[in-house]
Design a binder for this molecule. Structure first.
Ligand code: GLU
Length: 387
């Protein structure tokens, strides 16, 4: 048989989804596994959102929707973007899609062979694989714990060049939970203008933030014209299974993304878009309740890790992950395998987020307090056994 494409061979399975599947399989086999791996709120989708989808289904909204999304939803999103994110968005600047597919479309629309894309390291597991499809060359931008996991601007100045076409930004960050300061965003914005590159700002965790303020880079200076902002309903409204998000960008770019959307997924299901409208209109109190509970768990988990000799944790200011450094010199994939198979606790290897994530594990606190504390006990035992 002739070989499959080189790019398909080059990309790995998603580390986060792989562990989720392995955890499911072990649970099905009757094993007692505590899952602190995948980033998925353990809360039920708020009832008014579910009711809106049911109502739309009953009304027969089961056919194609406009490829850019329902006008009512795009208007609602544009309003949210203006009011909360301080960007001058109108409905022409919004495309409803699946957030992860949005990242793929941005990459396909902007990057080509010979271009360079700068990605955060540690950074979410899918940024690099998605960029590989485009044929562009990716350059990791390291972020170190001693800098609060914000990228070093000096380092960025060294790696940026006329070939840089796109920079991927993710604040609050998956996997570190870092929330970038305005001065970091401002420095990135200045470089974007000097070197004329686009910024893709993944703001999926903007609502899950503890004691800090989220700033959209598109609201800084002239960044609006070169920023593509990604967001979705999964994390803020516990809607991971609904697969709906959106892109905010200048209308000339939205036109290009729309072509790709038409040629790939066509549109998002209309009944899900109806539910998304209700999420934006009525979801705030539910999100706030979840955020408070995540914060309570975050503090408890940080305190518990603080008692351990085998693990050191960076205190996250956003998202629902703790990026923790372990002591042994085993690589993070081996450590995770050991914890899962021998101690029944699933976490994500730091190495799957880039070379600068090696030596760490990502612990998701999107699980009940009881499970988190039991999971941390298991992690402590499992790591102590490796000492
Ligand atoms: N983004 C989440 C995570 O990092 C969900 C899984 C995924 O799409 O990667 O766990």
């Amino acid at each position: 048989m002739k070989p499959i494409s080189r790019r398909a061979r080059r990309i790995p399975h998603s580390a986060t989804l792989r562990i989720l599947e392995l955890t499911r399989k072990l649970k099905e086999q009757g094993q007692d596994i505590i899952s602190l791996s995948v980033g998925e709120p353990d809360f039920k989708t708020p009832q008014p959102i579910i009711d809106a989808a049911k109502e739309a289904l009953d009304k027969g909204e089961t056919h194609y929707a406009p490829s850019r999304g329902l006008t009512e939803l795009r208007e609602e999103i544009a309003r949210k973007m203006r009011e909360e994110n301080k960007v001058p968005a109108e409905k022409e600047n919004i495309l409803v899609t699946i957030a992860k597919h949005g990242i793929f479309m941005v990459s396909e629309a902007i990057l080509q062979h010979g271009d360079e894309v700068i990605v955060p390291d540690p950074g979410w597991v899918s940024y690099i694989p998605i960029s590989i499809f485009s044929g562009a060359h990716y350059i990791p931008l390291p972020a170190y714990e001693h800098d609060g996991f914000e990228p070093s601007i000096e380092h960025l100045q060294e790696i940026v060049s006329q070939k840089t076409k796109l920079l991927v930004l993710n604040t609050p960050s998956n996997p570190t939970g870092a929330v970038y300061h305005k001065k970091t965003l401002k420095a990135i914005a200045d470089l974007a203008e000097d070197y004329d590159f686009y910024v893709m700002s993944d703001e999926i965790y903007e609502k899950l933030i503890y004691g800090r303020k989220h700033i959209s880079i598109a609201s800084i200076g002239n960044m609006w014209e070169r920023t593509i902002t990604l967001n979705g309903f999964s994390k803020a409204y516990a809607m991971t299974g609904w697969r709906i998000g959106w892109i905010t960008a200048p209308s000339n770019l939205i036109d290009v993304f729309d072509k790709i959307q038409q040629q790939t997924i066509t549109c998002n299901p209309p009944f899900i878009q109806r539910a998304a409208i209700v999420a934006l209109r009525e979801g705030k109190p539910y999100t706030e309740k979840m955020r408070k509970e995540f914060n309570r768990r975050r503090m408890a988990a940080i305190d518990r890790i603080g008692e351990m000799m085998v693990l050191d944790a960076f205190k996250p200011q956003g998202a629902f992950y703790i990026f923790a450094k372990y002591q042994t010199d085993m690589n993070s994939f081996e450590v995770v395998e050991h914890l899962l198979r021998e101690y029944g606790v699933a976490v994500t290897p730091g190495g799957s987020f880039g070379v600068h994530g090696e030596g760490y594990i990502r612990i998701s606190y999107a699980n009940s307090m009881e499970k988190i504390l039991e999971g941390l006990d298991r992690i402590e035992k499992g790591l102590s056994a490796l000492e």
